[in-house]
Design a protein. Structure first.
Length: 159
């Protein structure tokens, strides 16, 4: 194996070990808050949802990051003028961002927390009025609900 390939494999291994450790820690604490637990968050404030889920990629200041991936800035992003765009992005995911409106399952090593309509509305309203953003209007949980796709869970056999 070439040296650069070995280094990459080691970094992936360390990242997976950290992810698994974080998952165990989240489960041990019983809260299930964060990117490594599919348990439902108990909070409904936009600031707390952002702190527990969004800031890991978009950063505490909302300015995004570039490194192992590209995490877009939420500060000053004109696309955030559309509450529907934001809601659909949170519900269904976009590019490499996971969906937070589904079951939470994304793979073998970790899962994504599921957000309800109130939490999605709260974090959208928070982001649109934070980080220097001053977008007009708010989205309600009822509006988020209308954007959800019908669940196919009813079509699956019971386990």
């Amino acid at each position: 194996m070439k040296r650069s390939t070995m280094g990459c494999c080691r970094m992936v291994g360390v990242a997976l070990a950290l992810a698994m450790g974080a998952a165990q820690l989240a489960g041990a604490q019983g809260e299930g808050v964060g990117m490594f637990s599919a348990r439902k968050l108990k909070t409904t404030t936009g600031a707390e949802v952002y702190e527990h889920i969004c800031q890991g990629c978009h950063m505490p200041d909302g300015k995004g990051a570039v490194g192992a991936g590209r995490y877009p800035a939420l500060a000053g992003d004109a696309a955030l003028a559309s509450t529907q765009f934001m809601a659909l992005t949170l519900l269904e995911g976009r590019r490499n961002m996971p969906a937070f409106g589904g079951t939470g399952d994304v793979g073998l090593f970790f899962s994504v927390p599921t957000l309800d309509d109130d939490q999605i509305a709260a974090v959208i309203n928070y982001v649109r009025s934070s980080f220097g953003n001053h977008f007009q209007g708010r989205i309600t949980a009822a509006e988020v609900k209308t954007l959800r796709r019908p669940s196919t869970d009813k079509l699956l056999p019971a386990r």
